[in-house]
Ligand binder design. Sequence first.
Ligand code: SF4
Length: 357
Amino acid sequence: MFVRGELEKIERKVERGERLTRDDGEKLFACHELSWLGALADFVRKKICCDVVYYNVNCHVNLTNICVSRCKFCAFGRDVETRGSYAMTIDDAVKLVEEAAVDPNLTGLHIVSGLHPTWTFENYLAFVETLHQKFPALYIKGFTGVEIQHFADISGLSVEEILRRLKSAGLQSIAGGGAEILTDRVRNLLCPKKATADQWLNVARTAHKLGIKTNASMLYGHIETLSERVEHLIRLRELQDETGGFQTFICFPFLPKNTALERDIRQTTMWDDLRTMAISRLMLDNFRNIKAYWVMLTVPVAQVALSFGANDIDGTIHRENILHDAGATSPRSLAEDEIIRIIRDAGRIPVATGGNA
Ligand code: SF4
């Protein structure tokens, strides 16, 4: 339960630019005054980023959906012999990007994939090398902290060496996925085979040390408690204090369809999505960019989220796969002029990022 006087104290802190505590975060999650939360987050958003909203013209490349981890919340990962499993060749990946590059405004690639049981690190590296050589003008954001840790595990190389090799092959930043909820309890229950919370944070810390920016995310709306959402945000905020290397934070509502949790967990409501967006903006006082990822939120909710703390709406994508396997009802891609219209209608100024958001 919250008490109005306590919320007013939080409001004063936000107005003075003071950091919110764990206790404040928990009070915000207990509060049901959505419009108040939105106005407070919007106040902070405006102070940090003015009215600019970032988007990019990008292409998602998912090299394979075959994955040894088989996380309970994932509808994308499959075993080798399961129907619908695939593994791209380098030619397949080049063809996909050539198709997307018909759009002269294409500026970035977003490469994330399953943890293939027999691919070596060199297999993954070869995709980056080839795509960078063939499309040198495209910004390459690729691999999550989970994938980077997997490459270290299968190759025997350190995380630092993996990152150095990827960087010299053409990788420019690391994707934000795989963070899920950064507590051992949640990860042991949902995804015990992949990077732990500490390992995920260590990949980000190491990347930042090497001058590689990374994104961060939070997958919420499954088995986590509201306190664990706050814990997650605080762990990211602490690392950002230490390195300053996070570029963008993305809120991912869990989509249960076709996952192992489908029968037990219902999809988040718009109300939860908007309050989580707003609280993320308020707690992550050292993150400049908060993204409303339209694929998961749906386009209308992502547009409204621009008034709940978000200043980024992601990109055109070309052909989204991962979340459509989990029943995402949004389109698989958006035209650039539609993204611009969505942003302008919300009273904001669209700015293309050049692929690096
Ligand atoms: S979330 Fe990633 S690591 Fe987990 S099963 Fe899906 S593809 Fe594999």
